[in-house]
Design a protein around this ligand. Structure first.
Ligand code: PRP
Ligand code: ADE
Length: 176
């Protein structure tokens, strides 16, 4: 039998939890991917590969995007821009508020974290409505940096995420 692809290795480890965090949400739990070193590595490799040579830094979206951006950072040598939930960053920030499948939240970056024109690859685990990634892209542009693309492990189709991000190159390893 041939070796499983990166998508197969990752897909086999995603757990779907019905009605979490609220009724009607099919929660996609990637923690078993993170805890399996081989699956975690191939996932990180697969997410950055389409953007090779076209980014300077990995924009990890709190909280699960931090984990993937950290792994991808070690593989690529690019640093991590932490895109944080509101109230966590100590210096002057730019803020964007957005809607989620289950609630409202805000993301922030330090306004002076990177040199002007830095190419940021946005990284996260799940793309659902696209509100989170769209807010991150707006922050990056308002700060004077460029969005190199958006890379996610799992795209939930039918929630409008890809349409919301139509100005950007979006790569998803898996679609459900
Ligand atoms: O495309 P969207 O509809 O915006 O949803 C996707 C976002 O939702 C989840 O994060 P969540 O806000 O639950 O935060 P967490 O990672 O801190 O749990 C997920 O990790 C993405 O960041
Ligand atoms: N269904 C879902 N599972 C995991 N993360 C999510 N973020 C938004 N929707 C999600």
């Amino acid at each position: 039998m041939s070796n499983p692809t990166a998508a197969e290795q990752v897909s086999a480890r995603i757990h779907v939890i019905p009605d979490f965090p609220e009724a009607g949400i099919q929660f996609q739990d990637l923690t078993p991917v993170f805890s399996d070193a081989a699956a975690f590595k191939v996932m990180c490799e697969a997410l950055v590969a389409p953007f090779a040579g076209r980014f300077d830094i990995l924009g990890g979206l709190e909280a699960r995007g931090f984990i993937i951006a950290g792994g991808a950072s070690i593989l690529t040598g690019a640093g991590v821009l932490p895109v944080r939930k509101a109230g966590k960053l100590p210096r002057r920030v730019i803020t964007e508020t957005y809607e989620l499948e289950y609630g409202v939240a805000s993301l922030e970056v330090h306004e002076d974290e990177l040199p002007a024109g830095s190419r940021v690859l946005v990284i996260d685990d799940v793309l659902a409505t696209g509100g989170t990634a769209q807010a991150a892209c707006r922050l990056i542009e308002r700060a004077g940096w460029n969005v190199a693309g958006v890379a996610v492990t799992l795209e939930l189709e039918g929630l409008g995420g890809r349409e919301q991000l139509s100005d950007y190159e979006v790569f998803s390893l898996l679609r459900a």
